[in-house]
Write a protein that binds this ligand. Structure first.
Ligand SMILES: [Zn+2]
Length: 236
């Protein structure tokens, strides 16, 4: 039974997030409009340079608030129950799962599967020439089976219909009746897993810095001593 769609404006107070997204602002000379997007654990805002400061602040606030809310909804969505989950960290086991799914559905001539490691690339893609499918590693960790099934069937369907025409979506819909929900779910998985990975990296760097494990290299002895002193002051 498909989960009912979330109310767009509703964010439950009990939804927990380890830490809010940080904000990076860039002002650009040639820009006429503002834009913002989530990249890992931060929101990147691009603003026209000629805008008055107060207006830049106002727009930044609006855009980032909206994205923070959107991200919180992603986070929340993943906390509710979506049935069984899957995790793949090896190409071989993922390929087996994909081939088996293909056998039960489209039976298209997919050649192989690889795991993509780029952080800001697409969720998945199908190379129509080589018939090789790539799935982002950020869609493969603790992912609801229903959402990964949608993602993989979407790519397999491209071997029948290359573009995103009405025919294409009809093909996908044959096996995924609630495709809009699954689409939303897999996008949330992708965003949240990248966020978590980035946060983990940031925290690891922070811990290293605070404990002095990560010592700046090639500093003159005198300077090194003062850096160490600062670290010690911070620690005790
Ligand atoms: Zn597509």
């Amino acid at each position: 039974m498909p989960t009912p769609p979330l109310d767009e404006d509703q964010v439950h107070p009990e939804a927990i997030m380890p830490s809010p997204l940080s904000i990076n602002i860039r002002t650009v000379q040639k820009r006429k409009t503002a834009s913002a997007q989530i990249r890992g654990a931060s929101i990147e805002v691009v603003l026209p340079k000629h805008w008055p400061k107060s207006f830049q602040t106002q727009v930044t606030h609006q855009l980032t608030q909206r994205l923070q809310r959107q991200f919180l909804r992603d986070y929340q969505l993943l906390q509710s129950d979506h049935g069984p989950t899957l995790s793949f960290n090896q190409k071989k086991s993922l390929a087996e799962w994909v081939f088996e799914l293909n056998q039960r559905t489209f039976r298209v001539p997919v050649k192989g599967v690889r795991i993509g490691h780029a952080k800001y690339s697409r969720l998945a893609q199908m190379n129509l020439k080589t018939q090789m499918m790539t799935v982002s590693q950020y869609c493969l960790n603790q992912v609801p089976e229903s959402a990964l099934t949608y993602l993989v069937l979407h790519e397999l369907a491209h071997l029948k219909v290359p573009n995103h025409s009405r025919d294409f979506w009809e093909e996908v819909k044959r096996f995924i009746p609630d495709l809009n929900h699954q689409k939303r779910l897999i996008a949330a998985v992708h965003r949240v897993r990248i966020y978590e990975a980035e946060l983990e990296k940031l925290q690891a760097t922070q811990i290293k810095k605070e404990t002095g494990v990560l010592k700046p290299k090639h500093l003159p002895l005198e300077k090194e001593a003062s850096v160490l002193k600062q670290l010690l002051i911070k620690l005790f």
